[in-house]
Design a binder for this molecule. Structure first.
Ligand code: ADP
Ligand code: G6P
Length: 579
């Protein structure tokens, strides 16, 4: 059982994400070291920490030897309010590189061609989600709020709900089956569990319903999740006895009360786009993933379009009726809403005042004197449209040779998901393009593209943002894109132009940007030209609009709004419990 942590406050918030915000390393003497990261989610949750008792549950990024776990767990909890979910290297690999980043990530970003569906990845995804559910359910107490983050954990709400309401029979069944396949994928088991041939996607039916998977109407009254129905009968003695005529919700409440875990609210936020149902329906396990999150009280997306796509997928794939703001499912009401995330702009405004950053900025200004700078900052990911960005620069320089030698693109590319093949291919493609364009327009004194394939420290990043006359975001799809927010926050002096892809969630909010379609290379090249030639008054007025928005809709405001909404919800359908 979990030890208690932190100061006792009335409301407990448990945040669950794939990665813990702490990096663990071990030195040559066997000493463990911990480093808190400063990602967007960390700042977003800082507001909630002020008023709630707060714990973060997640994968620590590596397996820790059994003998060291007690010490590591204690330090994580006491010093960082974090608790780890350990996964074997194989499960972690198939869950993270496999199902999450080779299946869900490409599909959610409209790259079905890059999706490599593999039944073994799906099993590992379920096992990892199960491991998370076990840890979280052990930790949960009555009245807790659990906030699940992102596409790595889309089965967790369902698994958690069934565990805390006593219906763990399914959990055991899945575990048993997973146990059988651990040493390698057994084709018979895959067929059993998934109802399909291993490695082969089940063909969607004409009407958008899965074939070979049971329909929602066929689900037993107890509310057994569909995907877990297999030939193995559930252990009989685990199911509690209910009076006749109770709705699933009432049964869940009854069991939860008995276990002292009533009133646990579950929220889910997707940080990526949710694609149109026409793309989403490609996913072989499309029903299971939707059912996985429908057990939430609140489901959040960055934009209205993503929320709408989710609801229409529930209608088309599960045959469920939806409301504009949610969906009733098994006697519960899952509210669906739009919560665009932000950043803490003051971190950049204040960061820029630091002497070290100012000195670096001056040095860079001297280095690039007489030359305009365009900045690009992206994880090296195929959704970021880096090849499109490079092509547009090439077209711009071809059509405006007067700019050769007078503008540079500084492209910072943070290495990302390098075990996944598509990321390795992208790296080779980008290297080649950079070489070709630099070879074509460069001289001994001048290179049009400065490409850095590395993570840079915050001070360097801030100085680069402040230096740049324009920022170029060319994502072909992007949940939000916080780089645009960071650039705007660093531009109080220069008022540089923000050139932003209309396919990034940020385009819905950042009024004052030059919007582009990155697939349209000519218009992107024209936008680069417009950005560089824009007069100071126009730039100032654009920047003021943008900074106003970024300062108001901060990361902290996002976290607090979501959690406040979750606190308000009862899980009951608007018209009261069904049944
Ligand atoms: P994503 O979540 O897909 O990575 P975002 O634009 O929302 O995209 O967030 C990216 C984050 O990564 C930003 O905070 C940005 O500052 C950081 N980042 C990206 N590239 C680099 C880099 N080369 N060095 C340091 N930080 C980087
Ligand atoms: C996106 C995802 C996050 C993820 C981040 C970095 O923003 O929505 O969940 O953490 O990319 O990716 P990584 O694979 O390094 O965690």
């Amino acid at each position: 059982e979990f030890p208690e942590s932190g100061e006792k406050k009335e409301q407990r918030l448990i945040v669950v994400s794939n990665r813990l915000p702490v990096t663990i390393s071990k030195d040559a003497n066997g000493e463990y070291h911990f480093k808190m990261s400063s990602g967007g989610l960390v700042s977003a949750l800082s507001g909630c920490k002020k008023t709630m008792s707060f714990t973060w549950i997640g994968w620590p990024g590596k397996d820790i030897p059994m003998a060291d776990r007690e010490t590591v767990n204690r330090r994580l909890l006491e010093e960082y309010n974090c608790y780890p979910v350990y996964l074997s290297d194989e499960v972690a690999d198939r869950h993270y590189n496999g199902f999450s980043n080779s299946i869900l990530w490409p599909l959610f970003h409209y790259h079905p061609g890059e999706m490599n569906f593999d039944a073994a990845h799906w099993l590992a995804y379920r096992e990892a989600n199960m491991r998370f559910a076990e840890v979280v359910s052990n930790f949960c107490q009555s009245g807790d709020m659990v906030w699940v983050q992102d596409y790595h954990l889309m089965l967790l709400p369902m698994l958690l709900r069934s565990m805390i309401s006593g219906e763990s029979a399914q959990g055991e069944m899945v575990r048993k089956e997973l146990g059988r396949v651990k040493e390698g994928v057994d084709d018979e088991v895959v067929k059993d569990v998934l109802g399909m041939q291993p490695g082969v996607a089940s063909a969607p039916g004409e009407d958008g319903q899965d074939e070979g998977v049971e329909m929602l109407d066929d689900v037993e009254e107890e509310g057994e999740p569909l995907e877990i129905k297999t030939k193995t009968p559930p252990p009989q003695n685990r199911r509690p006895h209910f009076p006749r005529g109770l709705s699933t919700f009432q049964k869940q409440e009854m069991v939860a009360k008995e276990k002292g875990k009533d009133g646990i609210r579950i929220g889910f936020f997707l940080h990526t786009p949710f694609p149109s149902s026409e793309i989403y329906r490609v996913l072989p396990v499309r029903r299971e993933i939707l059912l996985g999150v429908l057990q939430c009280d609140l489901i959040g997306f960055h934009t209205y379009d993503y929320a709408r796509h989710f609801l229409s997928s529930c209608t088309r794939i599960l045959g469920l009726q939806t409301q504009p703001n949610g969906i009733e499912f098994e006697g519960r009401y899952a509210q669906v809403g739009t919560y665009p995330i932000g950043i803490e702009p003051m971190q950049f405004v204040e960061g820029l005042q630091q002497e070290k950053v100012q000195n670096r900025l001056k040095a860079l200004e001297t280095r690039f004197q007489g030359c305009k700078v365009i900045i690009g900052v992206d994880r090296l990911d195929y959704i970021k449209g880096i090849p499109q960005k490079l092509h547009a620069l090439e077209v711009f320089l071809t059509q405006h040779p007067e700019w050769i030698g007078k503008v540079v693109l500084v492209q910072l590319a943070i290495p990302s998901r390098q075990d996944v093949e598509e990321y390795q291919n992208l790296r080779a493609c980008v290297n080649e393009l950079v070489g070709r364009i630099n070879g074509r327009f460069g001289t001994v004194e001048f290179m049009p593209i400065h490409f850095l394939h590395k993570s840079v420290p915050f001070e360097e990043l801030t100085a680069m943002y402040a230096l740049a006359d324009a920022c170029l975001v060319t994502s072909t799809r992007d949940g939000m894109n916080l780089v645009a927010y960071e650039y705007i926050s660093s531009q109080s002096k220069r008022h540089g132009s923000m050139v932003l892809s209309e396919f990034a969630g940020a385009a819905q909010s950042l009024n004052g940007s030059i919007l582009i379609n990155p697939w349209d290379v000519q218009s992107t090249a024209d936008a680069i030209h417009a950005a560089l030639e824009m007069g100071p008054e126009q730039r100032k007025s654009n920047w003021e609009k943008l900074f106003n928005y970024v300062s108001k809709y901060t990361a902290e405001a996002w976290g607090t709004t979501f959690v406040n909404e979750l606190t308000r919800l009862s899980g009951l359908p608007p018209a009261g419990p069904a049944g």
